[in-house]
Design a protein around this ligand. Structure first.
Ligand code: OFO
Length: 173
């Protein structure tokens, strides 16, 4: 594995761990507003992101490289004052992650790292789903505003989400 690939994968571990912390912080904010269903959705998102980080962690190990964990910035919750802001922030963040994943795919091609090219495909597909989910919830919340029975209904809906343990490259989808 080239140094360029090693660095970009270690950097992605940091990105995924930041995503996990960001979503946990957003879950905390939602819970503080008593929107426990939305908080449940975000907490599950945080767990999934932790597993996305583990996917890169174990991929590095399986290629004979020791993963390097680096400092994770404090999640930035400025300007997040209502549920629609929370999910708009999640969408914006996922768009950033999509760019990171695409850059990994490009690096894999440039460096002719075929194992990485195959591994990263799961993440490319996952980003389509991640952006679609965040867009759907964000659009609905923009449509209905911050209060009223519709918010209560969406909160209930998101409370039904359950977590399935899955580490990319390690466990069956
Ligand atoms: Fe939300 O995405 Fe990880 O990779």
């Amino acid at each position: 594995m080239t140094d360029k690939i090693k660095n970009i994968l270690n950097e992605q571990i940091r990105e995924e761990m930041y995503s996990s912390n960001l979503y946990l912080a957003l879950a905390g904010r939602l819970e503080s507003w008593n929107l426990k269903g939305m908080a449940n959705w975000m907490q599950i998102q945080a767990k999934e992101e932790h597993n996305h980080a583990l996917g890169f962690f174990f991929f590095l190990l399986s290629r004979g490289q020791e993963p390097v964990l680096s400092a994770i910035a404090q999640p930035d919750l400025q300007g997040i004052d209502k549920p629609a802001d929370v999910f708009a922030a999640a969408l914006k963040h996922e768009q950033h992650i999509t760019a990171c994943i695409n850059a990994i795919y490009e690096a894999a091609k440039e460096e002719k790292d075929y194992a990485l090219e195959s591994f990263i495909r799961w993440y490319i597909d996952e980003q389509v789903e991640e952006e679609a989910n965040a867009t759907e919830i964000s659009d609905k919340l923009k449509m209905i505003g911050s209060e009223g029975p519709a918010v209560y209904m969406i909160d209930n809906e998101l409370g039904a989400r359950t977590f399935t343990e899955f580490i990319p490259g390690k466990t069956a989808a």
